[in-house]
Design a protein around this ligand. Structure first.
Ligand code: BDR
Ligand code: CA
Length: 338
């Protein structure tokens, strides 16, 4: 099987950790490295968390690179209120032995993207946090940025409301100037960013029943997921009156693996950098601006298909073995419609 080369650019972060687990249990992917940006937690903490997840997976061989410590222009605002004081759901897991790489995240991105472009394999970036590292890559080595095969970004929103302002999603809100630069540069290069925004990720709810099922099927992984998500469940109950937690980031990895899991439309998209709608994605779905599309905006997702992939991969089970999954997903749909 020919593997697709990727860099996971993230801010782990509870759902980022689940995304790392999915990527590293997927044989179709060759994860060149994990680059960390400030977002949910400071970059240093995020890099340490990435290594805690890698230790759990027995994959400390995957290099972790620390990246930007503050947004391009705005002041840094973490999401520790959502992800817990340690950024990993207050699981307070002990640090993993050994340091992160000395090379900075942006330099690593530039070198890897260039090398994979030169040998013909190509390298994509799955961006799961604020886009500051990618924006710095544009500023420092625009040619390397132009060589990225594909950018799949968890961020933004089209019809859905925001999650940190009425109209803005956290990753783009935390560094709107970076997100704006990435979308503008994609437009100039004739590329399209895949926008895995809240319209689709809000549908990916890890319910307590699904977690209990995971623990039955694979106790060690189930307990690890429980340890890092408990805080997230409490947060969702307190703020959204939701029994369960929205796990955004693994959907971006899942879509990278399987294009049938989401659908949407192509449109020119800009990111607001000022004022009360700072961080909002302005999606020109009606073509008012007559500009070529620079984004594929995902609007629909196959929730059952996602969980089939996600659970089978991280639990190391065959999809046919997930006999209760369909029932558990349809029970949630019934609850939602009540
Ligand atoms: C995004 O923000 C972060 O809190 C999550 O990790 C996810 O990447 C959702 O808005
Ligand atoms: Ca994230």
């Amino acid at each position: 099987m020919e593997q697709r080369h990727v860099i996971l650019d993230c801010d782990p972060g509870i759902d980022d950790s689940l995304a790392i687990m999915l990527a590293l249990s997927s044989p179709e992917l060759l994860v060149e490295g994990i680059t960390v940006v400030c977002g949910n937690c400071p970059a240093e903490m995020g890099a340490g968390n990435a290594r805690k997840v890698l230790r759990h997976l027995g994959r400390l061989d995957v290099p972790v690179f620390q990246g930007e410590e503050r947004p391009l222009r705005r002041e840094y605002v973490s999401a520790l209120d959502t992800h817990g004081a340690d950024g990993l759901g207050e699981s307070f897991l002990p640090p993993a032995d050994g340091p992160v790489q000395e090379l900075g995240a942006v330099e690593f991105m530039a070198r890897t993207i260039r090398a994979r472009s030169e040998d013909g394999s190509g390298c994509s970036v799955i961006a799961l946090g604020p886009m500051t590292n990618l924006a710095r890559l544009i500023q420092r080595d625009p040619e390397a940025f132009s060589m990225i095969r594909e950018i799949v970004s968890m961020g933004g929103n089209f019809r859905s409301h925001g999650n940190c302002s009425p109209v803005a999603e956290y990753n783009y809100w935390a560094d709107p100037d970076a997100a704006a630069l990435v979308y503008e540069t994609a437009a100039a290069l004739g590329k399209k960013i895949v926008m895995v925004g809240l319209d689709v990720t809000r549908q990916i709810v890890l319910t307590p029943d699904l977690l209990a099922y995971m623990k039955r099927l694979q106790p060690e992984t189930g307990q690890f997921v429980q340890a890092i998500t408990k805080f997230y469940y409490d947060f969702h109950w307190e703020w959204e009156h939701l029994i369960g937690c929205v796990i955004n980031d693994p959907l971006a990895v899942a879509y990278f693996l399987d294009r049938s899991l989401c659908s949407g439309f192509e449109a020119y998209t800009a990111v607001e950098t000022r004022g009360i709608s700072i961080g909002q994605t302005v999606v020109d779905s009606m073509g008012f601006w007559k500009k070529p599309a620079n984004a594929l905006v995902l609007t629909h997702t196959d929730v059952l298909g996602f969980f089939r992939l996600f659970l089978s991969r991280i639990l190391g089970r065959r999809e046919e073995e997930l006999d209760l999954l369909e029932q558990l997903i349809s029970d949630r749909k019934k609850d939602e419609n009540r």
